[in-house]
Write a protein of this length. Sequence first.
Lengths: 368, 247, 372
Amino acid sequence: MKQFLVFVRKEFYHVFRDKRTLLILFGLPIAQVLLFGFALTTEIKNAQIVVVDYSKDVATQQIITRIAASPYFSLDREVLSYADMERAFRRGKIKCAVVFPPHFNEDLLHGHKAQVQIIADASDPNTDRTLSNYLNAIIGEYQHDLNANIPVPYQIKTEITMLYNPEMNGSMNFIPGVIALVLMIACTTLTSVSIVREKEMGTMEVLLVSPFRPLYVILSKAVPYLALSLMNFTIILLLGVFLLDVPIRGNLVLLFAESLFFILSCLSFGLLISSFTSSQQTAMMISMMGMMLPTILFTGFLFPIENMPWPLQVISNIVPAKWYYSIMKTVMLKGLGITAVWKESLVLVGMTCALLAISLKSFKIRLA
Amino acid sequence: MTDKAIVCKDLCKQFGDFTAVNRISFDVNKGEIYGFLGANGAGKTTAMRMLCGLSYPTSGEATVAGYNVYRQQEAIKRNIGYMSQKFSLYENLTVRENIRFYGGVYGLSDSQLKEKGVELIERLGLGKEMNKLVGELPLGWKQKLAFSVAIIHQPTIVFLDEPTGGVDPVTRRQFWDLIYHAADQGITIFVTTHYMDEAEYCHRLSIMVDGRIDALDTPAELKRKYSARTMDEVFYALARGAKRSAD
Amino acid sequence: MRTLKFLLEKEFRQIFRNKSLLPILFVLPMVQLLIMPLAADFDIKDIRVAIVDNDHSSYSRRLTEKIGASGYFHIEGFAASYAEALRLVGTGSADIILEIPPQFARNLVKEGDQKVYLAADAINGMKGSLGASYLTAVLTDFNNDIRVEWMQPQKMEPQPTIEIVQENWFNPSMNYPFFMVPGILVILVTMVAGFIAALNIVQEKEIGTIEQINVTPIKKWQFILGKLIPFWLIGMIDFTIGLLIARLVYGIVPVGHIGTLYLFLSVYLVALLGFGLLVSTYSDNQLQAMFVAFFFIMIFILMSGLFTPVENMPGWAKVISHMTPVTYFIEVMRMIVLKGSDFGDIRTPFLIVLGFAVLLNAWAIFNYRKTS
């Protein structure tokens, strides 16, 4: 036991001596939380729009005023012709355009039917759809106001409640995601690289011929990273709570316990990588490049997993981060207990054990 | 041009408050084999790095092959060879590829490269290993190869930083044969070592203690001065007074 | 020039001899390109609804059927009570609850209006509000249907209506991979080239070979260029394979001129590699270089507008976004591939990236010291 502590201390020295790496290790989650919290949003504000108005009458003026007043659009560009508009689209200056044909108001009042054209940049289908919806709503409202004096019978009204997040705090969704991402990248990379580095420099052999069991060598390497990861986890939670008003509704002990298992699974994965690679470069490329996108995508914190084609949904099941993310959401944000997440927890624990077993086994095989 | 390969006067290097090299002065004659001795941490490598143009001196004067160490580092680099403590050929290149690369960057022509390569491989007896990765060679061969590569461009001076560390006595002997062969061709040799038997092979040598040069002479003269029978005893007599602990 | 030739020869030999690195450079990114765009789909299709039907009339059943048939919803199940439905949302098996009050159809006729309750899981705010608004739209539709059914047609007076004609330019089929594939390709090329460049010089530092290089007469710019050119080529090859995949698998054929695209790419890669080499010259070991590079590349990616549009960002974030070369390349890539923009359209970003290329490489050369 005493020997073990000596080893752990040596690893701690290693980790804490490299100030720059340490800075990045803690800077990474902080930067991510800040960016996700304050910079990145799918919520559209001030989308650039132009109006090509061939009518220039009362009705078109009123609609244009409403569009200009909407926080979603920013209408500060005067466009005279269709050709100008086309060029603005190609240069990426505008996201959508509204075209009023001649005699709009006349058609509307006397023919009871007027046409308006909405053109949107569908290279981003998502923005296209959202902006078109907003425009439709503005025009629909205008039409509704025209007909305001006519009573509508048999109305179904809706009362909408936004569960768990009535203020629509955008940070709710990604805090668990950022936690999963940071833990995954940091643990996997650090473990795999620190072991491969010892292999590369030949010091691994020295450790392995010592009377110390290989298992302890590995364990002593894992302990500092486990500690660092828990610190990182705590930092993100604190930032979430105090900076971004994300509540912790569930049991904190449960949260830490689940995180511990997730961190262990990441550490084992790092170990697994290290037993199959012989250079730091390769280990790093796999653990960072190979892990980043799948973690972002398969946890479902940016893109809903239900939308993916079924083979991918199946694949997403083997990503521990997915289960962890789901548990975090349920426990932290919905405030439910272990009874609600026992299935996910079992999967996570099972995966952790399996990864640990495989990685230890392959590590031994490589040594032999 | 003088007949001095290296002229060094009051050369100093400081890292913060720590004076690694403290006003050392010495000359090295052309064609000489000059031994640069000292305990670990005495400042040998630091001094050597300044002479090679790898690091700037804090104060003092020095010229190497007639070029100033402050302003003409690139000219120095064209005229010296260097073999560092740390093995520094590319392990993932073959013997031939390493020779080709280093010869190439020193500006050898294609015909020179070919001729030198053949000659070098023959002298080292590496004919069979020529297409092997350098990483797969035993240490002694690596060192001999590194030395041969360091003088492939016929430099005026070659700097050797503990070239025979970790090598068996037979190989060390062969290594010194290579050094003598190079010296015969007029290359000045500047070598650091921990092996006192190797010190005896040098024409002249200096011993550094705590950043200073405490003794400089021929091996025979040094032994006489310290009334010692071997270089070992000379070294002990000097190094015992050292204040710096070894690293 | 001759020195450069030898440097290049050496770099290429080392790259192609590293058998474990090669697949990471060429295969891993392509596998990701094949999978990621399928996964990156914001389009919300299968919102799972839990229905609490306290009415049990033919109308409430019709409403349920209409919701199921709308294409956006999947009826996850019927719950006996709101509490039971809430449990479904809690465990993540339903996204939204629709509660129909008792006597809904009868009271709608009798009283002229009725209220239904929607409760959406809003942890993912966008998904929650989209779900609620889609469901509201279905309800409005249903409302119109029964209104027409229950009212005599002559009582409906003609009202002024505005007909909206929608056009979706550049991607009329609203194909999401069209949008994502070019962006993801940029990211993959960026990661490969950025990381590999960041690791390289520092690797020579770690092994010690840089010392040997530093005592040779190799010039600083030669050394940097010797590192830059091989990675530049790798980036070009990766990009080309990626374009082929985009074409064969996703059917994306660049509308604009491919020459313009490559012109931009070639300058972009120089800028990016300059960044990587700069990190490398500042770092002491590979782990450090990798973490620093990862930190910046991650910020580049998040701020680049790949996942969330740059226009949505607050002012300060836009400034950061415009200080990262990745942003420009994603923008230009989408412009050329999807909109057919020509060089005139991309001149400004081109010049900016050119500026990055010059600045970063000059800095890297300056910061690489042969003498300390």
